[in-house]
Write a new protein. Sequence first.
Length: 134
Amino acid sequence: MNGDCSREWARKLQDRHHRIAVTASLDTPYWLGHLKFSPLFRYGSSATFNVGIDGSDRNLDDLGTDRVNFSGNLGDIVWREPGSPIPTTLISQFSLQPIGARSGNLPRNAGRGPSFYTFDLSLVREWKLNERMK
């Protein structure tokens, strides 16, 4: 039934269960030029994504937020590399609800995206111009 808010509970699109950041600051001795290295590593576990039907209004409620029916395991809806083969067995488990029926059974943000990794490195060196300026 449309307006059933109990079906709307889901992880947010920005939700990542795990996030970690590790940083350091390393100074080299004078014979290596007094360089300062500052590495930063960040990791975030997978985020969610929504599976939709291109803004179609199949339940005729004047909103383009309808969802599809899914008959498989929700854990199978995962992000894939661009250009990788389309999993036809997974695609065959999706179907559209009849026009005028309530929205499909697939929950909001049911897909699981990739993990997030990033590594940044800052390198600093000071030059002394004169007694007062560096």
